[in-house]
Design a binder for this molecule. Sequence first.
Ligand SMILES: C[S@@+](CC[C@H](N)C(=O)[O-])C[C@H]1O[C@@H](n2cnc3c(N)ncnc32)[C@H](O)[C@@H]1O
Length: 213
Amino acid sequence: MLETESQARDWLTSLPEVDDAAMARLETLVDLLAEENQRQNLVSAASLEAVWLRHIVDSAQLLPHVPRGTDKSWLDLGTGAGFPGLVIAALRPECEVLMVESRARRIEWLDRARIAMGLDRARVLGQRLELVETREVGVISARAFAPLARLLELSARFSTGDTTWLLPKGRSAQQELEDLRNWRHVFHVEQSLTDPQAGIIVGTLAGRKGKTR
Ligand SMILES: C[S@@+](CC[C@H](N)C(=O)[O-])C[C@H]1O[C@@H](n2cnc3c(N)ncnc32)[C@H](O)[C@@H]1O
């Protein structure tokens, strides 16, 4: 389990995709976030004190769960302050990372941060998820977006049987998965590296029960 800011940074630099340029993009994000958080309430002040652990690594820890080659297009739902979308884009700048966010000030923030970080292939879809045009993507992620059943209702249309789902769910991960009744899936819960009580739902979705895809 990672507990300190220095452990978080050491873990990050051990990832194969983290070179000096990637660290520089993340440093830019951390600096801009601290500044913007004085203008709008993006993250809690307490979490900003441990930003590498609570937000950067909490997002980056999704990457080792993505099968190679499936991350060409990545849809992050309700990116808000930038997590995990901006961190993923910083670490995989060659991927098309689409960040869905509906609140105007957050859309403006995400786009400004994206440009400052030099993320040419990342895009902010500034609208409600319900209005985003359907397309199939390789990875779907969502942190603190919606309860699992609702999340699948809203976003299954972007998934194929090969799409990897990565859903950090905090302490409710196992329970939300056990309560999921209406979907055929191959989901399991991975232990979070940043919180001993938190889990990440990982896997693929086969479809709604009673329907063929
Ligand atoms: C609790 S915040 C989490 C933000 C970020 N994922 C994180 O973990 O820091 C949820 C975000 O989802 C956005 N959101 C909620 N419902 C949405 C919808 N239907 N379409 C697009 N964005 C939505 C909100 O505006 C908010 O920024």
